[in-house]
Design a protein around this ligand. Structure first.
Ligand SMILES: [Zn+2]
Length: 377
């Protein structure tokens, strides 16, 4: 009963700004919402309106996972003590994937993570008896929402910039404190706060110092904890529904085509001029600017130029049907990275745009996002 009430409340709150079903119906992701991890191709989308949080799911993710993860994130953010902390989650992107999706590049099979502005949950580890693909030799164990809660704990620490506070608290009190895993302590504590550890004992079983620290982050009056609600669809069944997959990829293709058309019609090439940075900037190749080099008779930019702080520079050719700016051999990555080193793929922050995006918030190059930091006068 209690579970039902909590679920109902989530949707009631979610639905406030719009018509009731608008926010609970799983849609195709609006163009430009996805500004990270281009190797995940989400086809499912939900938005937590009050917090402006985007939930993106790949085709192998169930609708159940979409809705339940939406609830989880909404309730975890709502449990934060201060409104200004909740606001810091505006624009957060939660990616939902399964073992059928690729692992994070450069990792040994990670399909779960959380940080400033993002989280990644693997449905195969949620409310199921499962073995984490990271530890294939481990015994299968039942996991409720343990892993997503843990990852969202990481997202909370980084989004609220609690790292040094956590270090002070845990290094002082935690038994056998290991600085090498300093960032894990908060994630474990958040799991315990939301009764999402193997023993499920919850915050009342926490040592006082830990309860005190966590209650500076979360409201102690908020007693919500996640549960395995409803019927979790079997993933084997989901894998075998070939017809559904092909239907949804048609939907996806149509959406993509529409997005490309709106991009071609609406994007403002003039507004691409400006300064850009890859975050974090780690060398002089990570910061630079785009300028307009050539225009046609009507004054429309036909050639732009990228110049980075290392003094390297190359031409950019608008190719909006491809979603960005093409380069040629002047670009030093042109021959070495055929996949993502030839085009500056424009990125849009849909939350700031009106009906169609006109102003790019940045671009993707070599699988890295460069964000616009300022205009050039
Ligand atoms: Zn962790």
């Amino acid at each position: 009963m209690k579970r039902f009430i909590i679920g109902y409340l989530c949707w009631a709150v979610l639905a406030q700004p719009h018509k009731e079903d608008e926010d609970t119906v799983i849609r195709t992701p609006p163009f430009g919402v996805q500004t990270m991890w281009p190797f995940y191709q989400p086809t499912k989308y939900l938005k937590i309106e009050p917090f402006n949080i985007h939930i993106l799911g790949t085709p192998s993710v169930s609708d159940w996972m979409m809705r339940e993860s939406c609830l989880l994130i909404r309730n975890m953010v709502a449990a934060l003590k201060r409104p200004e902390d909740r606001e810091k989650f505006s624009g957060h992107q939660a990616f939902l994937i399964t073992d059928d999706d690729p692992a994070l590049p450069g990792t040994r099979g990670h399909r779960n993570t959380g940080g400033h502005g993002f989280s990644l949950f693997n449905e195969d580890l949620v409310c199921a008896e499962a073995v984490d693909t990271l530890y294939p030799d481990a015994k299968p164990a039942f996991r409720a929402w343990d892993t997503p809660v843990h990852e969202f704990g990481h997202a909370i620490e980084h989004t609220l910039k609690l790292e040094s506070k956590s270090d002070a608290v845990f290094s002082r009190h935690a038994r056998n404190y290991n600085p090498k895993v300093a960032r894990e302590y908060i994630a474990w504590a958040v799991q315990a706060w939301f009764a999402s550890t193997r023993d499920g004992r919850g915050r009342d079983a926490m040592p006082d110092w830990q309860f005190e620290y966590l209650s500076t982050i979360f409201s102690a009056e908020n007693k919500w904890t996640p549960v395995c609600n409803g019927v979790r669809p079997s993933r084997t069944a989901a894998r075998n529904t070939g017809t559904i997959t092909s239907n949804s990829s048609t939907v996806e293709e149509n959406a993509k085509r529409e997005s490309t058309l709106s991009l071609v019609r609406h994007v403002d090439l003039e507004a691409l001029a400006g300064n850009y940075q890859r975050i974090p900037v780690q060398n002089k190749w990570h910061a630079g600017s785009i300028s307009i080099e050539k225009r046609d008779d009507k004054g429309q930019p036909t050639v732009l130029r990228w110049t980075n702080q290392a003094g390297k520079s190359w031409r950019l050719f608008p190719d909006l049907e491809a979603g960005g700016l093409q380069t040629d051999k002047e670009n030093p990555y042109y021959s070495s990275n055929l996949k993502s080193g030839r085009i500056f793929q424009l990125a849009f922050d849909r939350t700031k745009a009106t009906a169609f995006p006109t102003h790019a918030s940045g671009f993707w190059f070599q699988d890295q996002l460069y964000v616009k930091t300022s205009e050039i006068k």
